[in-house]
Design a protein around this ligand. Structure first.
Ligand SMILES: NC(=O)c1ccc[n+]([C@@H]2O[C@H](COP(=O)([O-])OP(=O)(O)OC[C@H]3O[C@@H](n4cnc5c(N)ncnc54)[C@H](O)[C@@H]3O)[C@@H](O)[C@H]2O)c1
Ligand SMILES: Cc1ncc(CO)c(C(=O)O)c1O
Length: 309
């Protein structure tokens, strides 16, 4: 049974994840190699807890768990039943972490990666006892989005998958077990198909970025939150999908490299909210207001989708 969890890497994803797990009466230790990231995460924890209150996620009868921050890797993983690796999407960086923890943890401690899409089979080549490694892919913001993908690599034991699936379920979240270890798993394969086309349309001047967002959020996103893609095919009619896809599929972007617009912006350190500019520009005040507004709307929509309002 999982009771103690260590989170390694406290950037965009770590703090919300820590808050959500503690709300499930789990004891969390949170570690990052960068002291500034630990301080930022400490500050973000309270905000995430406020959002969990607004979502009406009541602590279990046993009470709320704890989140303890540490700058010592050994202390972070000591006695953990589960380690969630949450460091940058780079196999070299992730493999360094697995090597660093390998001698510090028991052979049956489960090691989960929040990778966005590196196959688990590749990751588990860098750890001893690969049967205890599993993909546990959260979606951002992790304290608000309830779905988590669970992915087995070639060497993952079925029991490891079952333990993580049951843990997710036990704290009121929604596990989805992905049946094949394909790059990007399922959520990001679908998301990146959409993002490839969206970037291409903006890059080719078909539409302005603001209008692209209006079109997709109101035309597709709002609807797809209620009617998933498979159900949408039935709602539209498979005959319509057959006719449209017969001419449209061949015209969709099939770019197999990164779009020049994205390379240009990342090359100029325009990374989005985290750097103050990306597709749009953000002052620190705007960022704060935007994040609060998005959290408020996501909470309201989720409550309605769950039939709680
Ligand atoms: N950002 C998203 O929307 C999102 C969503 C789901 C999954 N993910 C995945 O989660 C992982 C983390 O993503 P993120 O967006 O939180 O990244 P991030 O860059 O915001 O944060 C990564 C953190 O890891 C820390 N770090 C780097 N090396 C480390 C080490 N050796 N030991 C401990 N800490 C270390 C960094 O200091 C940083 O704070 C990635 O694999 C990413 O693909 C990201
Ligand atoms: C652009 C992008 N890439 C990856 C992920 C998750 O792995 C997300 C997300 O969760 O929102 C994302 O937006």
């Amino acid at each position: 049974m999982i009771q103690r969890i260590a989170i390694i890497g406290l950037g965009t994803m770590g703090p919300g994840m820590a808050a959500r797990l503690a709300r499930g009466d789990l004891q969390v230790t949170a570690y990052d190699v960068a002291p500034a990231a630990i301080e930022r995460a400490r500050a973000m924890l309270g905000t995430a807890e406020g959002v969990l209150d607004a979502l009406g996620i009541a602590p279990p009868p046993a009470g709320v768990g704890t989140v303890r921050f540490t700058d010592d890797l050994g202390e972070a993983v000591s006695g953990a039943d589960l380690i969630i690796e949450n460091v940058p999407e780079n196999i070299v960086v992730k493999a360094d972490v697995y090597r660093a923890i390998d001698g510090l943890i028991a052979s049956d401690t489960i090691v989960a990666s929040d990778t966005s899409g590196i196959p688990i089979t590749q990751l588990q080549a860098h750890i001893s006892h690969p049967e205890r490694m599993v993909g546990m892919h959260w979606s951002n913001p992790p304290h608000i989005i309830p779905m988590i993908e669970v992915i087995a690599g070639e060497k993952t034991a079925p029991q490891t998958v079952a333990t993580i699936r049951d843990l997710i379920r036990s704290i009121g979240l929604l596990p989805v077990v992905v049946k094949k270890d394909v790059p990007g798993f399922v959520e990001n394969r679908v998301l990146y198909a959409l993002l490839r086309e969206a970037v291409d349309l903006v890059e080719r001047g078909v539409i302005e970025p603001e209008d692209l967002d209006t079109c997709v959020s109101w035309g597709i996103g709002y609807k797809i939150a209620v009617v998933g893609p498979m159900a949408l095919l039935d709602m539209a009619g498979l005959d319509i999908y057959k006719s449209v896809s017969s001419f449209l599929n061949a015209d969709l972007s099939n770019r197999d490299d990164v779009a020049p617009m994205v390379l240009e912006k990342t090359g100029a350190s325009k990374l989005g909210i985290k750097s103050g500019e990306g597709m749009f520009s953000y002052t620190p005040e705007q960022t704060k207001a935007l994040q609060a507004d998005r959290a408020r709307k996501l909470v309201a929509v989720r409550r309605i989708l769950e039939g709680r309002e």
